[in-house]
Design a protein around this ligand. Structure first.
Ligand SMILES: Nc1nc2c(ncn2[C@@H]2O[C@H](COP(=O)(O)OP(=O)(O)OP(=O)(O)O)[C@@H](O)[C@H]2O)c(=O)[nH]1
Ligand SMILES: [Mg+2]
Length: 344
């Protein structure tokens, strides 16, 4: 169990300007249990967020005040690059320093849960039995709001539950991953020597989000070449002023280079805490978060109201037949939902 992480929950008090909402004793108890690291309560909260249950918003509101201490680290890279293996070693390294660790593994391939998740679970066996580690696989895709917001909320729950470090493992292949990386305090991009020329074609988005590069499988041929290619790319990439993106080498299977990776991650943590650039990054992230939430809430307000998929299809036909333009339709939908359209 992740225990003794937060002070006991105070009865819910609304801050000035904040609306009060009724809190039952059982709700308060659940918040208290989450904050004291109760695994069952954490699992329930995560499920509530994943399924978008009505309980999730009050929970997230209450937990927000308890969160904000954890160092959220995104680990991304192509399938099979060794993310889970490396993460297991890295988590163990943090555990040795007495940090409580949360791991969110975002499964990219299987929306219905399956092999990959099981694979990660088996690989992380050594951690699964450790009381200071909480592991959660997320396979939900296609939810209203998408995977990235849910992942962000899950990371916050683990933060509130007292995890000092929260890792998010994702495969670097899509928009969601770029978004997930944006929510992290630090993003580690893993490449492998075998990638060869692929490094050149590595998704530009992923290149931009890297705070640290790791060449994993450094026991295989082609390490120097991968390193040269990465360094060459970094010299032409826009400079991040005071933070020099390091390129590290690891062998995740043996743990070689993993303590060095932890040291670099801690250096980066100090950098973002103290440097104005780091503070600005946090602002940017929070702005994105706020606007995402607003967008999502507005969308839900409109879409969940009177417009089912049939209605949407009717509108699409009207546009297709050029009988109406999309702007007018959106105005009509907003009006019908009680949201004042127009840009006065
Ligand atoms: N030789 C070698 N093999 C490694 C190393 N790191 C991981 N592997 C192996 O690479 C394979 C994939 O490792 P994973 O940790 O599952 O990779 P992953 O990136 O998490 O994979 P997905 O989550 O499926 O995208 C496993 O068979 C590992 O044992 C390494 O440093 N050297
Ligand atoms: Mg994995």
């Amino acid at each position: 169990m992740i225990a003794d992480c937060c002070s006991p929950t105070k009865p819910h008090e609304a801050r000035p300007g904040q609306r009060k909402f009724p809190m039952s004793d059982s709700f308060n108890k659940q918040v208290e249990q989450i904050c004291s690291g109760n695994r069952r309560a954490i699992a329930q909260a995560i499920s509530a967020v994943e399924s978008g249950s009505p309980l999730s918003v009050p929970l997230l509101k209450s937990l927000f005040r308890k969160a904000g201490r954890a160092y959220v680290i995104g680990i991304t890279g192509s399938p099979g690059a060794g993310k889970s293996t490396l993460l297991e070693k890295l988590a163990a390294e943090y555990r040795r320093q007495n940090n409580r660790v949360g791991i969110v593994a975002v499964d990219p391939t299987s929306p219905f849960s399956g092999g990959a998740i099981l694979g990660d679970r088996i690989r992380m066996q050594t951690l699964a039995t450790d009381n200071g580690t909480y592991i959660r696989s997320m396979a939900t895709r296609g939810q209203l709001g998408g995977l990235a917001p849910a992942t962000r909320d899950v990371a916050m729950i683990l933060d509130a539950a007292g995890c000092d470090v929260v890792f998010v493992e994702t495969v670097g292949v899509g928009q969601d991953e770029v978004e997930i990386a944006r929510m992290a305090d630090a993003t580690v991009v893993i490449v492998t020597p075998g990638m060869g020329d692929d490094i050149q074609t590595f998704k530009a988005g992923v290149m931009e989000i890297a705070d640290l590069f790791v060449i994993n499988k450094a026991d295989q041929l082609g390490v120097e070449r991968a390193e040269q290619e990465l360094q060459a790319m970094l010299t032409v990439a826009p400079k991040r002023q005071t933070w020099q993106i390091p390129v590290l080498k690891t062998v995740a299977t043996t743990g070689e280079g993993v303590s060095g990776l932890r040291e670099e991650l801690e250096k980066f943590r100090n950098f973002i805490q103290a440097n104005p650039l780091g503070i600005e990054r946090r602002r940017v992230r929070l702005r994105i978060r706020l606007l995402d939430l607003l967008r999502q809430s507005l969308f839900e307000k409109v879409a969940n109201g009177q417009f089912d998929s049939e209605a949407i299809e009717r509108y699409v036909s009207e546009i297709l037949e050029r009988r109406r333009d999309p702007h007018s339709i959106v105005e009509e939908m907003l009006e019908a939902s009680g949201v004042k359209p127009g840009r006065e």
